[in-house]
Ligand binder design. Structure first.
Ligand SMILES: [Zn+2]
Length: 111
């Protein structure tokens, strides 16, 4: 069994980190399965550990929001709550699946 993901695995500096309860909620909701497996029958095999991916409610438009700190990695990152987070394996996070399926993920989150 792979080690259970914990909040600190995602945001080491603690800034805007999801709580352990949020992490567990997100993972349990997906039955600890990569979102690619749940949404896309054609996606290839998962690999690597599950990671949390922030999904904004709407694609961003207009001017970027002010960065809150130097270490904030994304200018537009969504809040760290279950309505804006999905679990995706390292492979599908990094190979572009998560980015190219934003619409489907957003629909799934808004059910
Ligand atoms: Zn995957």
């Amino acid at each position: 069994m792979p080690r259970r993901p914990e909040a600190d695995d995602f945001y080491g500096d603690g800034r805007d980190a999801p709580t352990q309860l949020v992490v567990d909620t997100v993972l349990d909701r997906q039955r600890r399965t990569c979102i690619a497996r749940l949404l896309d029958d054609l996606s290839d095999e998962c690999a690597g550990r599950l990671q949390l991916d922030h999904v904004k409610s709407q694609p961003h438009v207009g001017a970027p929001v002010e960065k809150r700190g130097k270490r904030r990695r994304h200018r537009y990152r969504a809040p760290s709550d279950p309505a804006h987070l999905v679990a995706v394996c390292a492979h599908h996070h990094l190979d572009g699946w998560a980015t190219s399926h934003r619409g489907a993920i957003r629909d799934w989150l808004s059910r």
